[in-house]
Structure formats: structure tokens, C-alpha cells
Design a protein around this ligand. Structure first.
Ligand SMILES: [Zn+2]
Length: 344
């Protein structure tokens, strides 16, 4: 089968690899119906050193179940499924608590084992715990929104929950990438009264407004902090969604949070320690977040997607096949494309 491998920064190739196959009785194999490039895939695209083992890419997908192991009970061959970016057994204490990204037998797709979703097919460990079967018509627009439940929409929702968004609050969203835009949807959905998006890309901030953002701040650093303060009666936002993962974004997040506020960080951190230590201490800030347990959120978000109340699939602005994937990486990295969908 064909799959996407990252060899080093800037070098993504589509190669022939051994077919995905059942290895454990709890496995399933899916035929990938749709996959996508994640903002976090761009980190290795920019900085993966040469000389390392090639890394299979892709952790967001909708698939059709092609085979199941002998111990799989809930998932059936032929099911259309959402594949969360992390696999999880569905029975350990963390899965019970709805924190599947800390599953005691879990792990992440887009690693040498079990492989990546930017491929024709993929082995799914713990299929019963991991996959979420959906009964949906094959509608392109709907498919795009369903695909976001495998990562970006669930991740934006996680940022909003960790930032303690609730009705009437002021939210600030750092980043106008797909996760930031989904964070705007989530903050709107949870009842935030004022939603300020910090981003500089006009097309994306326009979409953010359609998703419910009330103001756009295009400045950076201390200037951005001053602007957000000015928009919030001088005090800052109750809830800050940090959807980038850079040190500068985290420093801005701490700077725009009002005393007693909370920051939900979901951008894959590219820093060793959290910025703004003194500021967050004196502000009594809660800094929370991490990899979103999107498996836990599908149940809650799916009805809104199926009934059209939210349309997170609008973050996709390019569709490619496997051959078009390397150019999809280039386009996303150059910010020509907001988010690329793959139809293998
Ligand atoms: Zn578990």
C-alpha cells in the first residue's frame, strides 16, 4: 500500500510500504476515506534532522473498517468510523475518566507503530476503544466536518474547556490556524459573550468572525496584550485558548489573561518551560491543557455537526490525493492553505 513518510525537514514522500494488517486480536484495519494534514505535522516538516528513521505521517482520519481481529466486538467490518488522533483501550481508569490521551495502553498515530493515516490503510490498535462508528450520508461538506472530530474540533473544544469558558465570559483565542478557528467555534458554543481572536491572516480571521469571534487583534507580543486589555476594560480575558504552541504564543496567552483567569493550551508545545512565570503567579492564573481526549468529545460534538449547528469542516480549503500531499505540506507551511484534506 502507499503511505506518507517524512524523511527530514521539507522532504515528504509517498512510498510503498507493507500493507496494514491485523496483528492483535483487538486490532482493526481501516481503509482511509479522508485524512488531513495537521498543524503539528508542520513541526517535523520544518525541523526534522536528517539521518533519522523515516516517520509515517498523519493522525486525523475517517475510515471504512476493512478487517477486525477476533476479539473486536463493537466495531464491524464495513463501519464508517472517526479515528481520533490517539488510540485507547476504552477500559482503563483514564479512559473511564474521559482522558483517553493518557490511556494506559494507548498511544498516538503518526508514529512508526501503528503507522500514519496519510496512507491508503491503517492498523488501529484497540479498535473497540478507539474508533467511533458514525451513521452519516456521504456528503462532502459533512464529511469535512466529521473529519475535524478526529482532532482539530475536539482540540479546540478541549482548549475552551480547559480555559473554563462558560456563558457570559470573555475569551481570547491565540492563533488563527485550524485549531484556533475551532476554538472560536467551541467558545461560541459554550456561551462566551466576547471572543477576541489573535491572528494576522485576513482570510482566517474573517472565517473566525463567521464562527463567532467579536474582535480581531492582529498585533503581536506586548502590543497584542495592550490591545486585548483595551478591549476588555483594561483587565484581560477570563478564558484564553492557546492554540499555537510557541513560546511567544504562550507568553501572549499569559499576558492577555485577566487575574484569576485560565489558559487552555493545546498547541503542541515547542518550548521546555511555560513562559510568563511571574505574570501567571501574580495573576493567580490556571494554566491547563494538553493533548485533547477527542474520543471523549465526539459524543457531545457529533449532534451539532450532524444537525449543522457547527461547521468546523469549513477550515479545509484544499483537497489533494496522496500524490498531491507533498505539495499540500508545502502549501500549508507557506500559509497558502489553511488546512489540507486528503482523499487517498
Ligand atoms: Zn485506556
Amino acid at each position: 500500500m502507499r503511505a506518507t513518510l517524512m524523511h527530514q525537514a521539507g522532504d515528504v514522500r509517498i512510498e510503498t510500504v507493507p500493507d496494514a494488517a491485523i496483528r492483535q486480536p483487538t486490532d482493526a484495519v481501516i481503509r482511509v476515506v479522508r485524512a488531513s494534514i495537521c498543524g503539528s505535522d508542520l513541526w517535523p516538516y520544518n525541523d526534522m534532522p536528517a539521518g533519522r528513521a523515516a516517520r509515517p505521517m498523519g493522525h486525523e482520519a475517517i475510515g471504512r473498517v476493512e478487517a477486525i481481529g477476533s476479539a473486536v466486538e463493537r466495531i464491524k467490518v464495513g463501519d464508517l468510523v472517526i479515528m481520533p488522533f490517539a488510540y485507547s483501550d476504552g477500559f482503563c481508569m483514564f479512559c473511564d475518566e474521559g482522558l483517553q490521551t493518557s490511556c494506559q495502553h494507548g498511544g498516538f498515530f503518526g508514529q512508526p507503530d501503528p503507522g500514519g493515516a496519510q496512507a491508503e490503510a491503517l492498523r488501529i490498535p484497540y479498535a473497540d476503544g478507539t474508533l467511533y462508528p458514525i451513521d452519516a450520508p456521504a456528503d462532502e461538506e459533512l464529511m469535512a466536518s466529521l473529519l475535524t472530530l478526529s482532532d482539530v474540533m475536539g482540540t479546540g473544544h478541549h482548549a475552551a474547556l480547559r480555559a473554563q469558558v462558560s456563558p457570559g465570559k470573555v475569551a481570547a483565542v491565540i492563533g488563527d490556524g485550524a485549531v484556533g478557528l475551532c476554538g472560536v467555534i467551541a467558545a461560541t458554543r459554550l456561551g462566551a459573550e466576547q471572543i477576541i481572536i489573535l491572528g494576522r491572516h485576513p482570510g482566517r480571521t474573517a472565517l473566525a468572525r463567521e464562527f463567532g469571534a467579536t474582535e480581531v487583534v492582529g498585533e503581536r507580543g506586548e502590543e497584542a496584550i495592550d490591545r486585548v486589555r483595551a478591549l476588555t476594560g483594561g483587565v484581560g480575558a477570563h478564558a484564553v485558548l492557546e492554540c499555537v504552541g510557541s513560546e511567544a504564543a504562550m507568553a501572549t496567552a499569559v499576558g492577555v489573561a485577566r487575574p484569576g483567569g485560565a489558559i487552555g493550551r493545546v498547541g503542541m508545545p515547542h518550548y521546555a518551560s511555560v513562559a510568563g512565570g511571574l505574570r501567571s503567579f501574580y495573576g493567580n492564573l490556571t494554566v491547563a491543557g494538553g493533548p485533547a481526549p477527542v474520543r471523549a468529545y465526539i459524543e457531545e460534538l457529533l449532534p451539532d455537526v450532524l444537525e449543522g449547528r457547527i461547521q468546523p469542516g469549513r477550515v479545509f480549503d484544499r483537497l489533494v490525493d496522496l500524490n498531491g500531499l507533498p505539495d499540500g505540506y508545502r502549501a500549508m507551511n507557506a500559509r497558502e492553505a489553511l488546512k489540507v484534506m486528503v482523499r487517498p
